[in-house]
Design a protein around this ligand. Structure first.
Ligand code: HEM
Length: 443
């Protein structure tokens, strides 16, 4: 995914310096949890599709009816310029700024951030889908359209359909192992002991890497590597022997798909394969762990809704989509105008950067009634959290599978799960965002 300019610096992604002490890997061969031998929970069945919307039928809670009947153009108010996205405190709580931007400055140049800010749902959706706005890449030229489309075409089948179904059992088992390890404890932090691990397991399974390397992969997942074709020293060294093995003896995993793929009649070079694998780890890992942490936090905040989801697992996909609307993991996606671009929001000059504020779009009252409220029965929470257009996320289904497995395991293994008296910790982050800890009581 392409993210805001600071994603490669200190503010956005979690750097090594900010990490908590290393946790022991629950998937190491000599560890106490036997992934292969663990019970598999559930029957794989939460039902597919937008169950939250469709399956709930006439259950739309009062006050959550679509906002279509309301005015779609809010009055433009005069007043002081809004603070910059870079101002102190915005990363702690960006929502007041988002409100100001949507209401009175829907197309605003943020000098300090160096980009035009687009904040209304409709404008964000349109900008992300606009082919005249390209996804800038830090440190290297953007992939030309044909190569980008070819890479997507390669990756996409391996992250959905039958290939995805083949991953479910492994992710389910891992989720259950992780949750069961906590079952005898009184307290735990679900971010470090659960949310950080499961996306790494999903990535390891998808790429066909050894499970005993999950702890290393988890670190790369948390780095948030973000560009197709990119590289990362340690990751290169780790992946290259696996690439060589897959070239000699391909299997059914995603790394084998990349190693056997041909572009213009030739195999993909090693650096491309390694770059694409790295992109999947970074793009998928960090976003999924943050989204998972927000999902669990939203349900812990609403015990009645948690009970409802427990009783009716078909609501889980809708509950996940609603959490991504209210608390998306990726708040800012960048675009750059190659030519002057006239949009409904305003004219973007050639060469200018645009920050599409996904976090603001999900709270737009013109699109969503009671937008700050978390409601698992909301009829249409949308999917803007995964972007739209040519760069729409390739991991939507893998992320959803991971979230479903996570929640099933947590509900089954930790039936008394609730906040500690301190309650929900604040989310943090400007570009990517989520709670950094989830302190819970289990006993
Ligand atoms: C809840 C979890 C996730 C969220 C919120 C998320 C969000 C996003 C967003 C917003 C974009 C669009 C970036 C843009 O328009 O420039 C994106 C792109 C992407 N995502 Fe995800 N993502 C998630 C999980 C995953 C997973 C699990 C994978 C793969 C294993 C993945 C792989 C990718 C890739 C490869 C792209 C780039 C697509 C392109 O440029 O064509 N994501 N993601």
């Amino acid at each position: 995914m392409r993210v805001a300019p600071d994603a490669w610096g200190s503010a956005g992604f979690t750097g090594a310096a900010a990490r908590e002490p290393e946790a022991s890997c629950p998937f190491a061969p000599s560890g106490d949890a036997d992934v292969a031998g663990a019970d598999v929970i559930g029957g794989g069945g939460t039902g597919a599709g937008a169950a939250g919307a469709g399956a709930t039928g006439g259950c739309t809670p009062a006050g959550l009816r679509p906002a279509a009947s309301r005015a779609t153009v809010l009055p433009r108010l005069e007043g002081p310029l809004p603070p910059s996205l870079r101002s102190p405190d915005i990363a702690r709580d960006p929502y007041p700024l988002y409100r100001t931007l949507r209401t009175s400055h829907p197309f605003h140049y943020d000098e300090a951030f160096g980009a035009w800010l687009i904040s209304r749902h409709e404008d964000v959706r349109a900008a992300l889908g606009d082919p005249r706005l390209i996804a800038p890449v830090q440190g290297s030229a953007p992939l030309e359209d044909r190569t980008h489309a070819a890479h997507r075409a390669l990756l996409s089948p391996a992250l959905r359909g039958r290939a995805l179904a083949a991953l479910r059992a492994g992710v389910e088992r891992a989720a259950f192992v992780l949750a069961r390890r906590l079952a005898d404890r009184q307290e735990a932090d679900l971010v470090t002991e659960f949310c950080h691990w499961l996306p790494a397991v999903a990535a390891v399974s998808a790429l066909g890497l050894p499970h005993e390397d999950t702890a290393r992969v988890r670190e790369w997942c948390r780095d948030g590597l973000t560009h197709l074709g990119g590289g990362h020293g340690d990751l290169d060294v780790f992946l290259r022997p696996h690439v060589a093995r897959r070239r000699a003896r391909p299997g059914a995993d995603l790394l084998s798909v990349l190693c056997t793929a041909r572009a213009d009649g030739r195999p993909l070079p090693d650096e491309t394969v390694v770059g694409m694998a790295g992109t999947l780890l970074g793009a998928g890992g960090e976003a999924t762990h943050l989204a998972l942490a927000s999902f669990l936090a939203n349900l812990l905040d609403h015990p009645t809704q948690l009970r409802l989801v427990r009783e009716r697992p078909a609501l889980i996909p809708g509950a996940w989509a609603e959490s991504l609307r209210r608390d998306p993991a990726v708040h800012i996606v960048m675009r750059r105008a190659l030519v002057p671009v006239v949009t409904a929001a305003g004219t973007i000059p050639a060469g200018a950067d645009v920050a599409c504020l996904i976090g603001s779009a999900g709270r737009d009252p013109v699109r969503f009634a009671a937008p700050d409220h978390y409601e698992v029965l909301r009829p249409a929470p949308g999917r803007l959290a995964f972007g739209t257009g040519r760069h729409r996320c390739l991991g939507i289904q893998l992320a959803r599978l991971t979230a479903e497995c996570a929640l099933h395991a947590v509900l089954e293994a930790l039936p008394r799960l609730r906040w500690t008296p301190a309650g929900r910790p604040e989310s943090e982050g400007l570009t990517t965002r989520g709670p950094k800890t989830l302190p819970v009581l289990l006993g």
